[in-house]
Design a binder for this molecule. Sequence first.
Ligand code: GAR
Length: 208
Amino acid sequence: MYRGKLDIIPCTLYTLPSTQMTRIALFASGSGSNVENIANYFANNDQVVFTKVYCNKPDAFVLQRAAKLGLATRIFTKEEFSGSETIVQELLDDQTDLIILAGFLWMVPAALVKAFPKHIINIHPALLPKFGGKGMYGMRVHEAVVANKETESGITIHYVNEHYDEGPAIFQAKFEVLPTDSADDVAHKIHLLEFEHFPKIIEKLVKN
Ligand code: GAR
């Protein structure tokens, strides 16, 4: 297994309400390998409850993974997400403590950030602020990293604010990009780092 050199950014972890149980909503748009990895990591942890997997794409593979994992799902429209407060209200009704964006590609509307300040966490497949912003997601990021002949790339886990990929960073880990690496190779290395670190960072946030 590839192990990149770790760079941990010193930062404040904002405290979650000190209840016994943390109710987590997962948001995803695509394959959902991170959702599956996170769900498996916490499978035997009775302090964490996954309320629902929220998804904006009715044909996304994450929905099949969620069904297999026994997780409830909620497919929503753009209007429900950012044209109204439907989803904000559902998250509040569900008594959500923490929102995890695990491969979620829409920008989070201001109303949602306002309802859950410092309680929305995103993972981005690059070393932000590099290769972030609108249109920079998934394979597009890896293709840009290779085209730019970057010598390193990595992951960033960060708080979400109203601007794409600009919230304060919580954690970064990086690896060397070899001259022979394709975008697929970079994607593979990214996923290994994500699988290893994302659940552990969530666990840290939950424990704080
Ligand atoms: C992950 O690599 C995640 O970092 C990225 O999408 C991929 C989803 O993979 N997120 C973004 O690009 C957000 N801007 P998955 O669906 O297999 O978890």
